[in-house]
Design a binder for this molecule. Structure first.
Ligand SMILES: [Mg+2]
Length: 299
């Protein structure tokens, strides 16, 4: 049975075991109206923010779409929620937090949407790209057969886009978006993509990933979990980490969080997750970022 609590941080919460999962939480929400839930037994937000306050290194990793920005039918129009940009600017300005964006997008598509005063460290294309704050850029090498498949996928565009799908090209794959379409059309697009993926041998070179709003076919070998492992290996023993994400593709990052790190599902509706905390955007997201900013300290 969940246990309700109201912490001194201002983040109301429900404590429950991870194993009891969604049904209990959904029922409890109807009764309580609480919106911020602790999903991991033993997770203490007060203790976590005390560690943020005391740590020598603070690392805040943020997914973009669905986490910092609401979804749009046209992904190119997905701007951050009001209030997010000033807060991230303020957190970065103190120099007391290493702030990273970890996105499935191509970094070049993401930068114009962020609207931040300074471009932060960005990991794009699910970890295939890394843009450093000083502008240095690294892209992991993609095997030649996979690159050839990605070029061949251009032929798919002419079949998918007449159905209403939107093809997003990335260095490591292609995302086919169907947000805004009805279920029948989504099913039609899915069938076309599946047939192409199966019939021509693409399945040997490209992995299939469902995400919230479509399908992505991507070079195998990297995901957001690899990003978290790399970042956590770069931190010292006295480091504190948080990762905020919304989608299935963020689960690998949640799973890769180091001990004591906080993984946060940011999403209006609950789904099964390995995250330790669930926040509703945008209000609870802003509360969390504010709390981080306060705990990290600023002048
Ligand atoms: Mg997302």
């Amino acid at each position: 049975m969940p246990r309700a609590c109201a912490s001194a941080s201002g983040l109301s919460c429900v404590l429950r075991s991870r194993a009891s999962a969604a049904p209990a939480i959904a029922n409890f929400l109807l009764i309580s109206g609480l919106r911020v839930q602790i999903l991991q037994t033993g997770l203490d937000l007060e203790a976590f923010f005390a560690r943020v306050r005391a740590a020598s290194t603070r690392v805040l990793m943020l997914d973009y779409d669905g986490t910092l920005a609401p979804f749009r039918v046209d992904p190119a129009q997905a701007a951050p929620y009001p209030g997010v940009v000033p807060l991230l600017d303020a957190i970065m300005a103190t120099g007391r937090t290493r702030l990273l964006i970890v996105s499935g997008r191509w970094t070049r598509d993401l930068i114009p949407l962020l609207g931040l005063r300074r471009v932060p460290e960005i990991w794009g294309s699910h970890g295939w790209e890394r843009l450093h704050p000083d502008g240095g850029y690294e892209a992991a090498p993609i095997d030649p057969p996979v690159r050839a498949r990605l070029s061949q996928m251009e032929e798919w565009v002419g079949q998918v886009e007449p159905l209403g799908g939107r093809c997003e090209r990335k260095p490591s794959g292609m995302a086919i978006h169907w947000r805004g379409l009805d279920n029948a059309r989504r099913s039609e697009i899915r069938n076309v993509v599946f047939q192409k993926w199966m019939e021509t041998g693409y399945a040997e070179d490209l992995d299939w990933h469902d995400f919230d709003g479509g399908i992505e076919l991507r070079a195998p070998g990297r995901d957001k979990g690899d990003v978290v492992r790399t970042i956590s290996s770069e931190g010292g023993a006295d480091s504190v980490f948080a990762y905020l994400g919304d989608d299935l593709t963020d689960e690998s990052a949640f799973d890769a969080m180091p001990a004591g790190g906080l993984s946060v599902l940011v999403r209006p509706e609950f789904r099964r997750t390995h995250a330790g905390l669930w926040l509703h955007p945008p209000g609870d997201l802003l509360d969390f970022l504010n709390r981080w900013h306060t705990a990290a300290g600023h002048d």
